[in-house]
Design a protein around this ligand. Structure first.
Ligand code: PEP
Length: 245
């Protein structure tokens, strides 16, 4: 399976910085034969990034969507709007949304269903907190999040799983390749309860992935790519991770 390296820009960068980043990515992108790339900018820059990456193999996605189609939902962005401006992917259930916006797996499942109806590929994020890992509840937590977040519209073509241990996101702490291998294998087994072809589902690792640790993490069995936060804001770091893949 071709590895997917996905950049989650979160609420970072301004217009001028994005122009520079896109220019750098385009100038430095070599052969992407073994790696697929995706970037997920903030909503307001999506259109600009879709235009800026035209003619390149880099896909564009959003960091969230709402479950309503249109109407009186001030501040919301629908999956249809994302599709309209040329986004192909949407991240759902990132731990920052689960924490700051109190999103639960039932809501994420409904959002994913909406995304699938519009042919958007959903990247569904799951992961345990440090307290859950320290008390041996990491697998049970992730299993529950998976089973509750996956709608029955999910297939190996329209759904990607990102395993992101909450304690590793933006902290500089990375899960060890052994822990990642154990969890990704467990996720693959759990997916067999939901998908006909669980072996075809991309399972990404996310949590302080950077050029220095990417090779070991991406060589780990059942790691089909990475969801990258901080390191995706610099073209050389982002592409170095892609080259490691
Ligand atoms: C993320 O937010 O998805 C993430 C993995 O962030 P970072 O790479 O900065 O830990």
């Amino acid at each position: 399976m071709k590895k997917l390296i996905a950049g989650n820009w979160k609420m970072n960068l301004n217009k001028a910085e994005i122009k520079t980043l896109l220019g750098d990515i385009k100038a430095q992108l070599k052969d992407s034969e073994n790696t697929d790339y995706l970037v997920c900018p903030p909503y307001v820059y999506l259109d600009m990034v879709v235009q800026g990456l035209q003619g390149t193999p880099i896909a564009v996605g959003a960091q969230d969507c709402t479950l309503n189609d249109n109407g009186a939902y001030t501040g919301d962005i629908s999956a249809a709007m994302l599709k309209d401006i040329g986004a192909q992917f949407v991240i759902l259930g990132h731990s920052e949304r689960r924490t700051h916006h109190k999103e639960n797996s039932a809501l994420i499942s409904k959002k994913a269903q909406k995304a699938h109806a519009l042919d958007l590929i959903s990247i569904i994020c799951v992961g345990e907190t440090l307290a859950q890992r320290e008390t041996g509840q990491e697998q049970e937590t992730v299993k529950q999040q998976l089973l509750d977040s996956l709608p029955n519209t999910a297939t190996s073509h329209n759904t990607i799983i990102a395993y992101e241990p909450v304690w590793a996101i933006g902290t500089g702490k990375t899960a060890s390749p052994e822990d990642v291998q154990a969890m990704h294998g467990f996720i693959r087994t759990t997916l067999a309860q939901h998908f006909d072809g669980p072996q075809n589902v991309h399972i990404l690792y996310g949590g302080s992935m950077k050029p220095e640790n990417a090779k070991a993490l991406l060589a780990t069995p059942n790691v089909d790519g990475g969801l990258i936060g901080g390191a995706s804001l610099k073209a050389d770091h982002f592409l170095a991770i892609g080259n490691a893949a």
